[in-house]
Write a protein that binds this ligand. Structure first.
Ligand code: ZN
Ligand code: ZN
Length: 302
């Protein structure tokens, strides 16, 4: 990884963390208002779904199809989550699926650093200073590399990072009656603190969801389902289900496995914005359950 990229990534990790550390003590002294919290939540949804529905299910796994403008909208929304340009994110994530928890995985908690706390740190944040953006774009994201619009969005990633901060600032400025100082508070909460949350929630998929939690399918990696992360990750923490059926538009396969991203894709399908939505039949799911592959008793033995 080039030095400047390592420092840029370090800054992208540390700045929102400092903002979080500053904002929380401030919250104790002067409670944050509903205007700032609402902008934070709206921005969290836009950028979070940009990652889960856009970067992940649409661009990486092609779990559904949509029009080019909708693809670009999600690629821009995902860029505003400040996790790297779409082409780099998709290539890294496809590399993760190609070598899950074995040599070559860019962010497994079970490789290199050992399976303990060091491994968890590597999968959560450490990999951003080592292996992030290392997957060969032409090999792992040839479809995006051939797309002129996607190349443009990836090239202009930093502008969308700026937009991710400008939108809350302007919204705060207008909604607080054109007050510059109030707009700076909005920028702190709905800009930096929101980026802190979306970062760590997403990275929990790489760390927590390959370490703690439950498993039920016969897959060789160490992916897990983590129920308490289902709401903030918009359904991505049903990560073991996802590794069992990577192309499935729905990752919360069980009846009570809430999956907000799948609901969004479902709603998009209803209004004609998504088609060819990939669904996994109950039979296919059953066949992949642990123990389901044992040879059945032959009729002669019964
Ligand atoms: Zn994984
Ligand atoms: Zn995936």
């Amino acid at each position: 990884m080039p030095k400047f990229q390592r420092y840029a990534n370090l800054g992208a990790v540390v700045l929102p963390f400092i903002a979080f550390l500053v904002a929380v003590p401030l919250l104790w002294n002067k409670a944050v208002g509903w205007v700032d919290l609402t902008i934070l939540i709206v921005m969290y949804f836009i950028t979070g779904l940009g990652i889960t529905v856009g970067y992940h299910r649409l661009l990486t796994h092609r779990a559904f199809q949509t029009s080019k403008p909708v693809e670009y909208f999600f690629a821009i929304a995902g860029s505003m989550a400040v996790q790297g340009p779409p082409i780099a994110w998709v290539a890294d994530h496809r590399l993760h699926h190609a070598h899950t928890d074995v040599e070559g995985d860019p962010h497994s908690p079970h490789l290199g650093e050992g399976s303990g706390l060091k491994g968890l740190w590597h999968a959560h944040t450490g990999w951003l200073m080592k292996t992030q953006g290392g997957a060969e774009f032409r090999k792992y994201a040839p479809d995006l590399c051939e797309d002129k619009g996607m190349r443009w969005i990836s090239r202009n990633f930093l502008w969308f990072v700026g937009l991710s901060l400008l939108i809350p600032f302007v919204a705060g400025f207008v909604l607080h009656g054109f007050s510059l100082s109030a707009a700076l508070w909005t920028l702190l909460w709905a800009g930096f603190v929101r980026i802190f949350f979306i970062h760590h929630v997403t990275w929990s998929i790489n760390s927590v969801c390959h370490f703690f939690g439950r498993r039920r399918f016969d897959v060789e990696d160490k992916s897990t389902n983590v129920a308490w992360l289902a709401l903030p990750t918009f359904g991505e923490s049903w990560h073991h289900n996802h590794h069992a059926f990577p192309r499935s538009a729905r990752q919360g396969l069980g009846r009570f496995e809430v999956d907000i991203s799948a609901m969004v894709i479902w709603a998009m399908e209803k209004v004609g914005l998504a088609h060819n939505v990939v669904r996994i039949s109950p039979e296919r799911q059953k066949e992949k359950l642990v123990g389901a592959t044992r040879p059945a008793k032959s009729p002669a033995a019964a």
